[in-house]
Ligand binder design. Structure first.
Ligand SMILES: [Zn+2]
Length: 297
């Protein structure tokens, strides 16, 4: 066994342990894979708890999923991993887990598409939800295919989340980022509102990506030359994949957008043309906040 292979086996064990410790997976959930040279993959086996793996448990397959080495069979979600490697030659590793808060968003059908945290915008941009598909069938890679060319991380409807990276830890850290972002988004929405980062600032973050050395395929903001809508992103050569972008508000500074714009319960109510209706109490709170911020200036 090469040094590289034994190091990658140890890294998969470590990532699995962290995923289980952070409750991103329960029981035998989740799976991890990494490229081993140009035409092979090293992958977690099926039916093992990711918190208690050992390096010898891993399987080696070719890029078509044929097992080349290992006492155990590869992950039941292998087809989803193969699809990612086929669509993204730049990707070296794939991580799949069921982190509870992010999966809650995936169950509720709410994508993480609001411009809220600068770090998330630069690394992942908008986080879409791939359509529901039966786990371990070929429907799941089909659902993932729609977004994977443009996104390094996505939610899987009524299932979990998927992240990819240029190395194993990069893919894993994106899973951490998604769960952390989902947790913060949930807290903000429970508090009743989210202050969105304005478009000017989002565009500036998009430019800074290069400076930070971040190569995320999806643009953060819509391409102004395309008609507006969730797919209005700029894509690379193929153009066949769908890209979800954030809808950042115009205007300087932060803008208050109550959660009711999504038509959910909470502060106020919005009708079709985007008008926000607030109760007297909510309106008083907003005025109080505004007066306070004016005094601070
Ligand atoms: Zn799963």
């Amino acid at each position: 066994m090469t040094t590289v292979e034994s190091a990658l086996r140890a890294d998969i064990v470590e990532v699995g342990r962290r995923m289980y410790d952070r409750r991103f997976t329960a029981s035998n959930d989740g799976n991890i894979s990494v490229r081993l040279g140009a035409d092979r993959l090293l992958m977690t086996p099926k039916s093992v708890c990711k918190g208690f793996m050992t390096p010898d448990m891993m399987c080696i397959t070719d890029l078509a999923g044929k097992k080349l080495q290992g006492d155990r069979d590869p992950s039941t979600e292998m087809l989803m991993h193969l699809e990612v490697y086929q669509q993204r030659p730049d990707v070296q590793a794939v991580v799949h887990a069921h982190p509870p808060i992010a999966t809650g968003f995936a169950v509720a059908g709410i994508p993480l598409d609001r411009p809220v945290l600068a770090e998330v915008l630069t690394t992942l941009g908008s986080i879409p939800i791939a359509e529901y598909a039966t786990p371990s069938t070929k429907e799941l890679p089909e659902a993932v295919r729609k977004y994977i060319k443009a996104h390094d991380g996505m939610l899987l409807a009524n299932h979990g989340a998927l992240t990819v990276g240029t190395d194993l830890f990069a893919a894993y850290y994106k899973m951490e980022t998604i769960e952390h972002f989902a947790t913060i988004s949930l807290a903000a929405r429970m508090l009743g509102r989210e202050n969105l980062i304005a478009r000017e600032e989002v565009l500036r973050l998009q430019e800074l990506r290069g400076t930070y050395g971040i190569k995320s395929p999806a643009p953060i903001c819509p391409d102004p030359e395309l008609p507006p809508g969730p797919a209005a992103g700029r894509l690379d050569e193929s153009g066949a994949a769908t890209c979800q972008v954030v809808q950042a508000p115009e205007g300087g500074g932060l803008r208050l957008v109550p959660d009711s714009l999504q038509g959910r319960s909470g502060a106020g109510a919005a009708d079709g043309d985007g008008e926000i209706r607030l109760t007297y109490r909510q309106l008083s709170a907003l005025i109080r906040d505004a007066v306070r911020s004016v005094r601070r200036d």
